[in-house]
Design a protein around this ligand. Structure first.
Ligand SMILES: [Zn+2]
Length: 442
């Protein structure tokens, strides 16, 4: 058994790992590198030669950095069966449609040479998806594969692969035990090898109540008559934010404000969440109550209403790291006024506008426009969709047959730190995945 990491190595995006077994190779995740131009250009130099002969693709979840490279791969003529859970398949459809519309709306300057796909590639991706229920086993000539809920977003899974030699687990992005919306992770513990995400391998999530932090920011904009702009990833995070806003309004009705969600993809994903409450910690009735607090911007007339809206109000929009999307229409205007607040809600990758704001930039560039940052910039802690160091260590400690941990999906310093902590905590071999460096587990 050999593992060849091709992405999310010493960075948090571009997840792609090649698993070489006796008869075949398999690709686990097929994600895009995201962030600044340097990271985006890595998508052009993906080692497609190594991917030509794969037998199948397994997708852990539908975030862009785990599934967004699929149409590019198919555009290269590498057309393979894709296995994922039914809800991941639904989300992939929504996510890829959104990717294409972003690609088509790019100006010549924004385009990255060699990074391109078309509608027919999306159609091919969708036609090649085979859905697998949680815990169902699918068999290949040299392995058995199953998907297990890991609590990260709707449909998300860790992938367990059992060969004749070994059980290997690809964690995907690991969610949190006490996530208020998504399923509790139920990850198999019998692997000898785990490829473990390490986004937050260097920290323990703040115990600060996200509800209390949101209350503070809502009170602030009510007092200042400002706009509370909440950038949120369309899948998972947006629905968490809406749930939290509902909880705040329920507990403090006098804080009720108009709330808008302007994110075409976020709206579609929210509709999908509403239809699948059996896979969430909210009942359908509760999800309806959440939706009653927010105006989903679906039509031109909704946008007009939003534009005429007098503050204070709350606007949730994508993308979560300010790398594009509808939020860019609002960002310059919100940032230049000191009575507004931008409330970041999740991990802000290196080289993104979100990271620049978080690090206190006084001026940022939104497209070609230079914008002075006068608004309050805050981070809504306690709302992560990723397990922290304690939770990750807790997981691997329960895996009593574990021999090797391969760390990926983390920034370099985080990985080094986490490797040291793991080596001090448990007696296993810890390897930091490096791009195109083969790991031989036989
Ligand atoms: Zn993710």
């Amino acid at each position: 058994m050999k593992i060849l990491p091709l992405g999310a190595t010493q960075t948090v995006t571009g997840s792609k790992t090649l698993l070489q077994l006796h008869d075949h190779s398999y690709l686990i995740d097929c994600g895009l590198f995201q962030g600044g131009e340097r990271l985006q250009k890595k998508n052009v130099s993906v080692n497609t030669k190594a991917l030509r002969h794969i037998h199948a693709i397994f997708i852990t979840h539908a975030h862009l950095d785990h599934a967004g490279y699929l149409p590019y791969l198919f555009h290269h003529g590498i057309i393979k069966p894709i296995y994922c859970t039914p809800l991941t398949a639904e989300l992939i459809k929504i996510m890829l449609d959104d990717s294409l519309s972003i690609l088509e709306s790019q100006t010549e300057k924004e385009k990255i040479e060699g990074l391109y796909f078309e509608q027919k590639d999306i159609d091919l991706v969708n036609a090649n998806i085979k859905t697998v229920s949680y815990n169902e086993k699918i068999s290949f000539s040299d392995c058995q594969v199953s998907f297990h809920p890991n609590g990260h977003i709707l449909g998300a899974a860790s992938v367990r692969i059992q060969s004749n030699e070994n059980v290997v687990l690809f964690s995907g992005d690991v969610g949190r035990q006490d996530d208020p919306l998504h399923m509790t992770p139920d990850i198999p513990l019998d692997a000898q090898t785990v490829q473990l995400e390490a986004t937050y391998g260097d920290r323990i999530h703040s115990q600060a109540s996200s509800l209390a932090l949101l209350r503070e920011e809502v009170e602030e904009i009510i007092q200042k008559k400002g706009v509370l702009l909440i950038p949120a990833f369309a899948i998972g995070r947006t629905q968490m934010i809406l749930r939290l806003i509902w909880e705040l309004f329920e507990s403090d009705p006098h804080l009720q404000l108009p709330v808008f969600l302007d994110s075409p993809m976020g709206v579609k994903v929210t509709d999908l969440y509403a239809k699948n409450c059996s896979e969430l910690k909210l009942t359908s009735k509760e999800f309806d109550d959440v939706l009653s607090c927010v105006k989903l911007v679906r039509f031109g007339k909704d946008v007009k209403k939003l534009k005429k809206m007098m503050p204070p109000f709350i606007l949730v929009s994508s993308s979560g790291m300010l790398g594009g999307g509808k939020i860019m229409n609002y960002l310059p205007e919100v940032l230049v006024r000191d009575y507004n607040t931008v409330l970041l809600t999740g991990f802000q990758a290196e080289e993104t506008l979100g990271r620049q704001l978080l690090e206190g930039a006084k001026t940022i560039k939104v497209g070609k426009q230079k914008v002075d940052v006068r608004a309050r910039i805050k981070l809504l802690e306690g709302l992560s969709a990723h397990a922290d160091r304690h939770e990750l260590i807790g997981l691997v400690k329960r895996m009593d047959q574990l021999k090797t941990i391969i760390l990926n999906h983390g920034e370099s310093e985080v990985l080094e730190h986490f490797k040291n902590v793991l080596e001090d905590s448990i007696n296993v071999n810890v390897i930091i995945a490096k791009a195109n460096e083969l790991i031989d587990l036989s």
